[in-house]
Design a protein around this ligand. Sequence first.
Ligand code: SF4
Length: 364
Amino acid sequence: MIPMRLKAEIPPIVEPAVVRLRDSAAPPNEWADNQAYLIGREGSLRDYDFQGFSLRIDAPDNERLDGDVVLLLPQQNIAHRLIRAGSNHNTFLVTERCDQLCAMCSQPPKRHHVDLFPLFEQAAKLAPRGATVGLSGGEPTLYKQQLFRFLRVVHEERPDLRFHILSNGQHFNNADLETMRSLPHDQILWGIPLYAPDAVVHDEIVGKAGAFDALMAGFTLLLKAGAAIELRTVVMTTNAQDLPELAHFIATNLPYCSTWAIMQLEPIGYGRKNWDRLFFDSSVSFTPISRAINIAAARGIDASLYNFPLCTVPSAYRSFAPSTISDWKRKYLSFCDECSLRRICGGFFEWYDSNKGFMRAGAI
Ligand code: SF4
């Protein structure tokens, strides 16, 4: 697993610092204040010059850190990797608060919130050119004014960046419309979950009465604002049989959505706690998924399968299943070594337990 927190000896800072690590003493540029330059290396230890102070980071030999953006917190001997320059999977955890309690939540909510938007703003401005930055939670739009500001301010300085925002889509109102219209929608994709074509099942899954109706109102506002939307549906035992009907619902009511992602369950957080009850083994029962994809395709909806190992998907549907598991939490099993699909397969979540997972994984 790729380490996201690195042991460090940090300078005597009194405020959090966002720092870009450089392997060479490149000429200073407009972000020079935030640069730390590599001045020595011994074993796993790398020494940087950060504004005349010493910053020492302990990282595995094969970990490339050049261009990474790390967060240093006072009196914490850890460098938090906010952006890995060589990765397409960089996400800022905006908040751990949420107003839902989804049965499969991979990041169970907490009450406490620390506003890191100003630090995320600095980090985004230091991202590699053309990067996509994910914003996730909790529910980011609980802090929608800070979020809107972040998007505007970062876009002003870095119009090359794209953003992918995971949100439950329920916290917009008419008063937000003008601000929402001013956002750089060409650069933003909103990833919004919809679990069923009716309120009863959807609300039960997200643990919040009224969520479905609030979400439909949110879709209307996002549409009026010109937002691009990626619908996301985690398939579980509780909604798998509804997928074909959900495909019809989306084609009829939400045809403007850019894509519909049908997703496998992530075995972490509540997803792990409720795994035995919720995991839908699509390797032995793919029919509701294939029917949903067929309906979506016939009605002009661009459907995809996220987090599905390719060997668990019938060959006719593998082209719908891109590699989507983030690199830092992806693994392959021993039988993957000889697999001809490995180069294009997203594998398994790091925390996947093959003893209670897909019955037919590994057979192509
Ligand atoms: S055997 Fe491994 S690499 Fe091959 S399709 Fe399955 S999960 Fe992917």
